[in-house]
Design a binder for this molecule. Sequence first.
Ligand SMILES: [Zn+2]
Ligand SMILES: [Zn+2]
Length: 330
Amino acid sequence: MGLIREKYQDSLSKFAFMLIVFFLATATRGEWLLVIVYMFRDQLQGMMGRQGVQMPPSGDYNITDPPGPLLETLKLQNVHWFVLMAISTSFVMYYGLAYGWHYYYYVNRRHLAKEWKCQPDKFLTPENERHEILLGSMNMLIGSVCSGIIACFIINGGYCKMYYDISERGWAYFISSLVGFFMYNETMAYYLHRLFHRPWLYKKIHKMHHRYHQPTAWSAVAMHPAEFLMYQGYLAATPFLIPIHVFPFLFVLLYSYYYGLCDHSGIKMGAIWPWQPHSYFHDNHHKHFHVNFGFNTYFFDWFHDTLRKEDRVYGEDNFGGHGRQSLKSE
Ligand SMILES: [Zn+2]
Ligand SMILES: [Zn+2]
């Protein structure tokens, strides 16, 4: 009887774990599985332990051993489940969210485009729609595999500098790491994005993202895989390099993913945060190309004078971020 109850509890906890991951993990990119892992690391480690997955002592690995011990030594046991979970949840959430917006606005309210659309007279061509869904899906797949591996590594007790108790480093560190990580994300995003707008890199790599002149939610992750990995890489690497509390890390991650989706939706959307640009801002980046390079603040565009100006003319061949003087005849 006790054995049956134990088995029942085990399956229930396994099911609860799958359910939590399913609903909360990987919304727009693969990394949301990490949210669960970072938030519930201790509980999940306990759960994995109860299911009989035990870590061997480190240094026990021999090159001739079968793959099991190798994965355990690398702290990657059961990695296939994590990768599968990351892929399935990210695809369900990404398609669900993007299709929900698409259906509500682009299908049902297409005739009311003037009320809700940033560029009401123009829509993406069906060919580009297919392109962004395919390219986005490919990046989702790459991102999910990476997140699955990282999530598995952390659950299995892999090296990570993230901490969970604020008192460990105090409130001053907590608050400055929140502001610092937000600014780090924006600084990297602005300068990398601006670098991708240099003529050579633009034509070879970033132009792929700019074929969507009227972006939609699907466009948010539709870019050259090298560019996608670069943006994901500097965020995912942070908790392995500097001590950061779980809250500031997840807040900035989710914040930038959420506004990444809004900014590409093509739908007029403001933000409750005074520093966060309206969705027009990035929509204009897709409309005018080499201008408005920031994502979560106006700061760097203001500082480098790359904010779009009504009296300047922009275009895909007009590099530099400042446009050119408008002529009366234009
Ligand atoms: Zn761009
Ligand atoms: Zn974009």
